[in-house]
Every structure is written in structure tokens, then in C-alpha cells.
Design a protein around this ligand. Structure first.
Ligand SMILES: Cc1cc2nc3c(=O)[nH]c(=O)nc-3n(C[C@H](O)[C@H](O)[C@H](O)COP(=O)(O)O)c2cc1C
Length: 260
């Protein structure tokens, strides 16, 4: 298996120590496990300019596509994503937020329905749950089928070793992450995931952003209440049929083009 690690810390220290433990655990399961690492600090992604090109004309027209698209491609081809951020001012780091802004087209055109991810967050004392939740929500909106979460207040002994309890939690979650990818079974989406899917589905159907409509049609996503092939009971689908109709009506009356 090949894991892509996107490191949102500008350094390889507290959060990285947690990542290294997870790497070691994944490697212990299978010594052929491989890791591709992207340290965002080295990618020099300029700030998102808010040009709307990705939304309106496709992600390849982003002025920073030469840096962003190779990252997006690796996210698409890896077996599992590990994304990390320390808490900065009760939020993700600017490095991670800038990447998320550049990839915001995945809200409109979600892709990662058969993918799983693990989120690793560290903090000195506060904000880790909120940051973990934000990253979870972001990846869920991009389609990620399952997200595993490790959020820690960093403490280590005078030799710099992680506490036993932290190591145990990392090991447990990393093994769950690995097994879930290896089994290849896909989870039924949460209601939150289905609601957001149907919001974007209605927007795409409405067609005020042609790039979105084209994507949803090409991927046969317009005709069902969740991405085709993902297990989903009729009990979950039924309320979405009604919600989608309401959304279509709402979007039809209220939509404006992104530039307007
Ligand atoms: C600019 C900055 C802002 C921070 N903001 C917070 C914060 O709001 N709450 C907190 O508990 N820790 C905060 N911290 C501490 C880091 O979250 C913590 O030390 C983290 O483990 C650092 O991870 P790293 O070594 O991977 O960079 C902040 C650190 C920096 C540099």
C-alpha cells in the first residue's frame, strides 16, 4: 500500500512525531508499505487569488495548477491519505487552509468516494477537537468514505518519547485505517454526507456552473441520492428524494453565477 502524507506543519516536530509512530505501525503490518510525503512548507503554493477559475472553468485553469494538480493527482492515486495539522490560533495552519482553498472545487465536484483518510492533529492545549472536526468535514464533503482521527495534546517525557497511552491510540487507529483500506469495504454515508451531496447535486443539475454540471453528468452522479456504488439503504435515500426536490426549487429561484 502507498500512503500519501500531507504535512500541514511548517516543521517536522510534535505532529510529525505522531506521524512517525503511525508510519511505524503501518510498516509493521506490512514492511512493503510505502509513504509519499508532501511537506507543504516546501511546495511554495501562493495564496489562492479567488479567481474562481477552478469552479467555473475547471481545476486546470487555476493559476497555480502546476503545483496543485500534482498534489491532487497523488491524492487520487494513493491507497490512503494521511493529512496533518498542528493547531494554530485555534484553527488549522495557514499552509493547510491554503491547500484546502485551492482544492475547494472538490466540494462542487466531489471525487474521493472510494478513498479513506487519517487525520492527525496536535496542539499545546486547545482546539484539537475543533481542527479534527473541520478536517473531517472537509474530507467528507470531498467524498472520502471514511476518516480516521487522531487528535492529541502533545506531551512527551524528558527524552522526547510519546506517552504509552498516545502510542496505543495511534497504533489502534492506524491498524483500523489499514484494515479498512485492505478490506476495501465501503461504508454507508452519514446523513450529513448525503445532505451535502444533494445540495451540490441540485446545484449541478441547475447548471449555473457548467463545469459542475458536466462533471456530475459524466460521472453518472445526477440520478441517485448518493454516489453510485456506495451502499446506502432506501430509508436513507427516501428523505433525500424530497430534500433534493426542495433544493432544486430553491437553487432554481436563488442561483447566481459565481462571478456575480
Ligand atoms: C503560530 C502558532 C499558533 C498556535 N496556536 C495554538 C492554539 O491556538 N492553541 C494551542 O493549544 N496551541 C497552539 N499552538 C501550539 C501548537 O499547536 C503545538 O505546539 C503543536 O504541537 C505544534 O506542532 P508542530 O511541532 O508539528 O508544529 C500554536 C503554535 C504556533 C506556532
Amino acid at each position: 500500500m502507498n500512503f500519501l502524507i500531507i504535512n500541514g506543519s511548517p516543521r517536522q516536530k510534535n505532529t510529525w512525531k505522531l506521524v512517525e509512530r503511525a508510519k511505524q505501525t503501518l510498516k509493521n503490518i506490512d514492511e512493503k508499505t510505502q509513504f509519499t510525503e508532501i511537506n507543504l512548507i516546501n511546495t511554495q503554493i501562493p495564496a489562492c487569488t479567488g479567481c474562481y477559475n477552478c469552479f467555473n472553468h475547471g481545476e486546470n485553469t487555476c493559476p497555480h495548477a502546476n503545483i496543485i494538480q500534482p498534489i491532487a493527482e497523488q491524492m487520487k492515486t494513493c491507497d490512503g491519505l494521511i493529512i496533518t495539522s498542528p493547531v494554530y490560533a485555534l484553527n488549522v495552519t495557514g499552509l493547510i487552509k491554503n491547500l484546502i482553498d485551492h482544492l475547494a472545487y472538490f466540494y462542487h465536484r466531489p471525487y474521493f468516494f472510494d478513498k479513506k483518510a487519517m487525520i492527525i492533529v496536535s496542539t499545546a492545549g486547545a482546539g484539537h477537537k475543533k481542527v479534527g472536526k473541520y478536517l473531517d468535514e472537509t474530507l467528507r464533503n470531498w467524498g472520502y468514505n471514511e476518516r480516521f482521527k487522531l487528535m492529541f495534546t502533545v506531551s512527551h517525557d524528558r527524552h522526547g518519547y510519546l506517552p504509552l497511552n498516545t502510542k496505543k491510540k495511534i497504533d489502534k487507529e492506524s491498524i483500523r485505517f489499514y484494515n479498512s483500506i485492505q478490506k476495501g469495504t465501503l461504508k454507508s454515508p452519514s446523513m450529513n454526507a448525503m445532505v451535502m451531496y444533494n445540495v451540490w447535486r441540485a446545484m449541478a443539475k441547475n447548471g449555473h456552473i457548467p463545469a459542475d454540471k458536466k462533471y456530475w453528468i459524466e460521472n453518472n452522479m445526477l440520478d441517485s441520492e448518493y454516489y453510485p456504488g456506495i451502499p446506502c439503504s432506501i430509508i436513507k435515500k427516501l428523505p433525500m428524494k424530497i430534500f433534493y426536490k426542495i433544493m432544486l426549487n430553491f437553487v432554481g429561484k436563488n442561483s447566481v453565477k459565481a462571478e456575480e
